[in-house]
Design a protein around this ligand. Structure first.
Ligand SMILES: [Ca+2]
Ligand SMILES: [Ca+2]
Length: 146
């Protein structure tokens, strides 16, 4: 006996969800509980429905639904996660879930004024911004003397 599912790979839209049909490939002697859980990869891809499925001797071959959700994130990456389908005594099935990111490519604007706010005051980027701001000031001062 083994766990069957409609697909071993699924694409999950960011801020949306995808569903998978799960069933057993042979009639069990008694009820079988299958658990769906995030196993590895991006924690933004979560099991939002059907985390615990119970199959009986009567409905073992009727697909039940596992729903996966991709939480809205700030990045632009189509990240991946593994979702495990497990049940005591059965081989665990791993599903590859890939997020379909919904954010448009963005460009970074660096302005010297950012250094004044203090929020960029720490780290390499903050030092770079402060250095740029200092350079601008010196150039302006120098220009005024001419
Ligand atoms: Ca995103
Ligand atoms: Ca993403």
């Amino acid at each position: 006996m083994a766990i069957n599912c409609a697909a071993l790979a699924v694409s999950v839209p960011e801020a949306g969800q995808a569903t998978l049909g799960i069933w057993l490939c042979a009639q069990p002697a008694g009820s079988v509980t299958v658990q769906a859980a995030h196993a590895a990869g991006d924690a933004d891809i979560v099991v939002s429905g059907g985390a615990v499925l119970t199959f009986t001797v009567a409905d073992w071959n009727v697909p039940q639904t596992v729903t996966l959700m991709a939480v809205e994130d700030a990045d632009l990456v189509n990240s991946g996660a593994r979702i495990s389908l497990s049940s005591a005594g059965l081989a665990t099935v791993l599903i590859e879930a890939t997020e379909r990111d919904n954010d448009a490519p963005q460009s970074i604007v660096v302005a010297a004024e950012g250094a004044k706010g203090g929020s960029c005051g720490s780290g390499l980027m903050g030092l770079l911004l402060m250095a740029l701001a200092g350079l601008c000031l010196r150039q302006r001062t120098g220009g005024g003397r001419r």
